[in-house]
Design a protein around this ligand. Structure first.
Ligand SMILES: Nc1ncnc2c1ncn2[C@@H]1O[C@H](COP(=O)(O)OP(=O)(O)OP(=O)(O)O)[C@@H](O)[C@H]1O
Ligand SMILES: [Mg+2]
Length: 358
């Protein structure tokens, strides 16, 4: 199968490069609608970093994390190469050869020590800090956690996420030891983070949205789309990379783009209909800010109806049904610019047809 090349993310790349050029001082949150290309961008970037940087990329997606033990297993890369007690010497021995890592290296014996401790978090953070401190004498550590919301509710002597945020603040603003990036596709998580007092003045946010019109056209041009095919793609899929990839594969296999677009549209409509049908048949509840709220089909349809005439709504005015639709991945909330909008162009059109015909 032909590989599809990474496509232009210049503004976002520039913004992140500027951050990396400066001394670490804030936690950077990278957010955006589902499938907008956040993970791809970050991976592309770290693949191109000069040797001066050491990226640690930890992805929590699909990881089953129910306690500290699971978290430690994801966060660390265990090194079984013998007994080592001196963290500084260990870090020094690795400095030269480290490439991209999917966890913080730790000798097995030290990992086991942390496991045995009662207050694991204290020791875990102490180890990472010492390790990064040593690394930072020669290279610039870049810590990236993808899908951090996975541990958003994990409680072990209080919420783990707060301890992590405190630790990230220490690594950035206080000690300037490492760059910290948190990537997430959960827009309600970003909304929480944004209003979190402890992060105020200590974090920044970068939106990675679907491609704009010009970037989408350029992308499709590379694969020989006709003018009509490009316009059709934009009309239905907007600049959502994952959908464009599907269309590019269709094009490469010499199949019909129009049929593919309609197939994707039908699939999305039926998924949205299923959400509504389920509400009608069994109803649902939403737990939001500690309260359980009943969700009704009628009010969800009312909320969707508001998309018949507009593509955007103000987030400040969001109803509980709209929050529910965010949870169902139909709407996306951008708490930073205060906008509530469909997750994609396809969602917008599908919603319009589903409720318009209801
Ligand atoms: N800049 C790009 N150039 C080419 N393809 C891209 C680009 N960005 C994303 N894609 C493709 O789009 C798909 C979705 O991208 P990716 O998984 O990075 O999105 P995401 O925003 O991290 O998604 P999620 O919200 O699920 O975390 C991938 O298959 C990827 O190959
Ligand atoms: Mg991702």
């Amino acid at each position: 199968m032909k590989r599809i090349e990474f496509h232009n993310r210049e503004p976002e790349t520039k913004e992140i490069r500027n951050i990396l050029d400066a001394e670490p001082s804030l936690i950077t949150f990278i957010y955006g609608p589902i499938n907008s290309g956040k993970t791809t961008l970050v991976n592309h970037l770290i693949g191109q970093l000069p040797d001066e940087y050491v990226p640690f990329y930890v992805n929590l997606r699909g990881r089953f994390i129910t306690g500290y033990e699971d978290f430690l297993n994801v966060l660390f890369e265990i090194d079984e190469g013998g007994v080592i007690d001196n963290v500084s010497e260990y870090a020094q021995s690795l400095i030269k050869d480290l490439k991209i890592l999917s966890g913080i290296p730790i000798p097995l014996n030290l990992f086991e020590q942390i496991f045995e401790k009662k207050d694991k978090s204290k020791d875990m953070f102490k180890y990472i800090e010492r390790f990064l401190d040593e690394m930072s004498k020669k290279r610039v550590p870049v810590l990236i956690i993808d899908e951090l919301q996975v541990i958003g509710d994990l409680k072990i002597n209080g919420l783990l996420i707060y301890k992590l945020f405190n630790f990230f603040i220490r690594l950035t603003k206080e000690k300037h030891l490492a760059h910290v990036f948190v990537v997430t596709s959960d827009s309600l998580f970003i909304e929480q983070v944004y209003s979190e007092a402890m992060l105020s003045g200590r974090s920044r946010h970068i939106l990675v949205d679907d491609f704009d019109y010009a970037t989408t056209m350029d992308f499709l041009d590379k694969y020989g789309f006709s003018h009509e095919e490009k316009e059709l793609a934009w009309e239905y899929c907007g600049g959502k990379p994952v959908y464009l990839m599907e269309l590019i594969h269709t094009k490469i296999s010499d199949e019909n783009i129009e049929e593919k677009v309609h197939e994707m549209f039908e699939v999305r409509k039926s998924q949205i209909r299923m959400v509504i049908n389920e509400l009608r048949l069994i109803g649902d509840e939403l737990e939001y800010k500690g309260k359980k709220i009943e969700i009704t089909e009628e009010r969800v349809i009312d909320a969707l109806n508001s998309l018949l005439n507009t593509e955007y709504n103000s987030y400040e005015m969001a109803s509980i049904e709209e929050i529910y639709l965010v949870k169902k991945n139909i709407l996306f909330v951008d708490a930073i610019s205060g906008v509530l909008k469909p997750q994609s162009k396809l969602d917008l059109l599908a919603v319009r047809e589903v409720v318009g015909n209801a």
